[in-house]
Design a protein around this ligand. Structure first.
Ligand code: G4P
Length: 284
């Protein structure tokens, strides 16, 4: 299966991000906890060098908790601050503020030594589409936020959301483009629903998904669909069609319907909390 990505304004977006990053102390990068590597663009490491870095493993509610922990350790070892979360949950987002301050400790300390008091740290949110950037900004900033900076239409300037006396957030997130180093990255992005389904082959995708599931989550797969074994992906799809009454008019199994069903149930977390890539595949 071929995946392609034509980000219309990629160069412009990159230039904009270079400019925006100059204004902040901290880059908050959201990744999808189900595919933390495939949902990040490593170019951000170059763009964000010399800045404090925080990775938010978002949609952690859909990912395998044991693997979430492993990914946190992986990124922490590489020098990032890391929080795992469900960006829709205000309670889970709350600790992010203190982690931001922790990540910017050196800058705060430097300011203090220079006699600068109460200067808030400035942060911006970045990530590829659909990882939850807007959800996070909305939950994190909430209603109480006051926008600071220039008024739109009066002067062209950045809008900063004053979160509290210590932190300001750039109000628009930086959009990174996915990086398709190999086809498996494209496939995993498609599986979590980050690429429009219209351009994809759902039947093929679901067979690939079943391969991942039978390798790492065979019990969840068998249990969800009442299967005795899940050795052969095509047989699994046929089993799902039979057990879920996916049947065409003539009585034939409707494999496409079963394929769409398994994909949808994976995306919604109904099959279980599943992670498609593990840190040990990336540790060198
Ligand atoms: P973006 O700005 O990075 O593009 O992402 P956005 O916030 O729009 O979030 C994309 C979808 O992901 C939204 O679903 C949002 O509710 C969901 N989402 C964000 N964070 C989390 C999380 O931590 N856990 C879960 N389970 N879902 C999360 P949506 O509006 O319903 O759209 P869609 O899912 O139908 O595309």
């Amino acid at each position: 299966m071929q995946f392609q990505w034509y980000p219309g304004h990629m160069t412009k977006a990159k230039r904009q991000m270079q400019e925006d990053i100059k204004l902040v102390d901290l880059v908050i990068e959201l990744v999808d906890a189900r595919i933390p590597m495939s949902s990040r663009n490593p170019d951000i490491d170059e763009l964000g060098k010399n800045k404090a870095r925080l990775i938010l493993l978002n949609k952690a509610d859909l990912a395998d908790e044991r693997v979430n922990q492993a990914w946190m350790a992986f990124f922490e070892k590489k020098g990032y601050f890391v929080v795992r979360m469900d960006a829709r949950s205000k309670a889970q987002i709350k600790p992010v503020n203190s982690v931001i301050l922790d990540a910017c400790k050196e800058k705060i300390e430097r300011d203090r030594r220079r006699g600068i008091k109460n200067r808030p740290v400035r942060a911006m949110v970045v990530g590829i589409p659909n990882v939850g950037k807007s959800t996070f900004i909305n939950s994190f900033a909430g209603k109480a936020c006051a926008k600071t900076g220039n008024k739109p239409g009066v002067t062209k300037g950045k809008q900063w959301i004053r979160l509290n006396k210590s932190v300001e957030l750039l109000d628009t997130p930086g959009i990174l483009w996915p990086k398709f180093e190999d086809q498996s990255v494209g496939l995993k992005l498609a599986l979590i629903g980050s690429i429009k389904d219209e351009i994809l082959n759902i039947d093929e995708m679901s067979l690939e998904l079943i391969k991942y599931l039978q390798k790492d989550y065979p019990e969840a797969l068998c249990e969800r669909y009442g299967l005795e074994s899940c050795e052969d992906p095509l047989k699994v799809l046929e089993g799902i069609a039979a057990n879920r009454a996916c049947i065409k008019k003539g009585g034939e199994p409707d494999l496409s319907k079963a394929a769409a069903l398994v994909l949808e149930e994976f995306r919604s977390g109904t099959i279980g909390r599943i992670t498609l890539e593990k840190p040990e595949e990336y540790d060198v």
